[in-house]
Design a protein around this ligand. Structure first.
Ligand code: GSH
Length: 251
């Protein structure tokens, strides 16, 4: 019997890329929650498989040669799962290069820029007293979100998906692009992106994968609450020294 893949996960857009891929590829998996607001990402056993103290990560008990393998970084995980199953990641080299381009475009652009836009929109207002101090960050990253939607809009001219057939490149982009409206974007300016989103959201495996870890979701902690302070300590102001301390205190 196939042993389930262990998915180290929290229900954020980066985590949902992998739950969606696992559903699409029909691979059994178990969720291992990594409560990033509580500092689980600094636990030594997690750092051993994800040295960048970020989720998602996976352990496949049935890796190459039948032995376990761990993988961190969502792009590397998606490529691994695509190679393992032969699904949503073409074998043909030209087609694969095209998927890789758009997958790497996602992890190098959409992920970090939308992620920073989210930071300045959702978190910075609770961390910085003067709204003027965050205005530049909000504008800079909302502009980047807008620019990247423009890149997608051009790319989807005459194409249904980012790179050939529906692929891991689309799966990677979907959970972030879906929430672009949060970053003050008017999606009617990007009709091809909207049509792409509508097509993907209708896929049953996407619906299932996108609701993974629903029981872990909580409303954002109230500003000034103990929970919010704990999350801010775990997530923000990280330095080499603070991460080393967090890992040490988790030993
Ligand atoms: N490049 C990474 C980014 C993953 C990432 O940023 N994960 C965030 C949550 S969305 C995280 O684990 N944050 C924990 C922390 O900031 O300490 C990937 O694509 O896997």
């Amino acid at each position: 019997m196939t042993q389930p893949i262990e998915l180290y996960f929290w229900p954020t857009p980066n985590g949902l890329k992998i739950s969606i891929a696992l559903e699409e590829m029909e691979l059994p998996y178990v969720i291992k929650p990594v409560a990033i607001g509580k500092g689980d990402q600094f636990k030594p056993e997690f750092m051993a498989i994800s040295p960048n103290n970020r989720m998602p990560a996976i352990i496949d008990p049935e890796g190459p040669g039948g032995a376990p393998i761990s993988v961190f970084e969502s792009g590397a995980i998606l490529q691994y799962l695509g190679r393992k199953t032969g699904k949503f990641y073409p074998r043909d080299e030209r087609k694969r290069v095209e998927v890789d381009e758009w997958l790497i475009w996602q992890v190098a652009n959409i992920g970090p820029m939308f992620g920073q836009a989210s930071h300045f929109k959702n978190y910075a207002p609770n961390l910085v007293d003067d709204p003027e101090k965050i205005a530049y960050g909000v504008a800079r990253y909302n502009n980047e979100v807008n620019r990247l939607l423009g890149v997608m809009e051009r790319r989807l001219d005459g194409r249904e998906f980012l790179a050939g057939d529906y692929s891991i490149a689309d799966i990677a982009s979907y959970p972030w692009v879906k929430i672009a409206g949060v970053f003050d974007q008017e999606m009617s300016n990007f009709p091809r992106v909207q049509a792409w989103l509508d097509g993907i959201v209708a896929r049953p495996a996407v619906k299932k994968g996108a609701s993974a870890g629903a029981d872990l979701r909580r409303p954002p902690p109230a500003p000034g609450s103990a929970e919010q302070k704990e999350a801010a300590r775990a997530l923000f102001g990280q330095t080499a020294a603070s991460v080393a301390d967090a890992v040490k205190s988790n030993r």
